[in-house]
Design a protein around this ligand. Structure first.
Ligand code: PEP
Length: 246
């Protein structure tokens, strides 16, 4: 189902007390809008206890394996048992610092779907790839690999996040036109792989230094269905402005 979503990615930030304060402030500032917060694993239980139905709780990663001797990892079964609704998969930081490959991303997407957790599948090019002009084929390859062996019904339960790596945490944002070009292109890939209805219903959010000042412009674009927000999701007022711009 194509829906409008603003998703916060807290990354490895906040103490438990800071997390509680952030949620309290978010609840105070929200009217009838809703949002998703992808918090550190350690905070999921505490945050779930204090959110209301306007705030869904997600995780930032999951393991590609079912269970067993994988010290330090968290499985989709564990996330499901907590009632986690969303999970970020294939974030560029995981690809860059933890060796996550396209094939691992594909397995993780399948693990999430098996447990009825919505994977927020990240794709996006590095600056060199953008400058070379080969970013569209690069993104096409990431999407095709991430969705490998997924049926139409499975892909209907995915969200895609276009996050140009050069815009993440850098303060530099893709222009609304640059975001729209890639989002339109991604929708076209989904149409080729599945069909027009699946493509039209796919939620595709943009990520990369989204702030109160640029959110409204990005959200005006036809194929931009919301945002995945890192830094600005850690400040309640900033995050609320983005949510309200949608
Ligand atoms: C992200 O990490 O997904 C992200 C978009 O970060 P930021 O908003 O800080 O660029």
């Amino acid at each position: 189902m194509r829906r409008q979503l603003v998703i916060g990615n807290w990354k490895m930030n906040t103490s438990i007390d800071e997390a509680i304060n952030l949620i309290v402030d978010l609840k105070e500032g929200l009217n009838d809008e809703s949002t998703v917060v992808c918090v550190p694993y350690t905070h999921i239980g505490v945050v779930q206890e204090i959110v209301d139905d306007r705030i869904a709780v997600g995780a930032q990663n999951l393991c590609q394996f079912d269970n067993g001797a994988y010290t330090g990892e968290i499985s989709s079964t564990m996330l499901q048992s907590l009632g986690v609704e969303f999970v970020i998969v294939g974030h560029s930081e995981r690809r860059a610092y933890f060796g996550e490959t396209d094939s691992m991303v594909n397995t993780k997407v399948q693990q999430a779907l098996k447990k009825d957790i919505i994977p927020v599948i990240c794709c996006g090019e590095q600056l060199e790839t953008r400058k070379e002009g080969s970013f569209l084929p690069f993104i096409e390859n990431q999407i095709r690999e991430a969705l490998k062996n997924l049926s139409k019904a499975m892909v209907a339960n995915c969200v895609i996040a276009y996050e140009p790596v050069w815009a993440i945490g850098t303060g530099e944002t893709a222009s609304a036109e640059q975001a729209q070009e890639v989002h339109r292109f991604i929708r076209g890939i989904i149409e080729n792989l599945y069909d027009k209805s699946t493509a039209d219903h796919m939620t595709i959010v943009y990520g990369g230094s989204v702030k109160a000042e640029n959110a409204a412009d990005l959200f005006k674009e036809e194929d931009v269905d919301g945002a995945l927000v890192g830094g600005a999701s850690l400040k309640a007022n900033d995050f609320l402005s983005i949510i309200k711009a949608l």
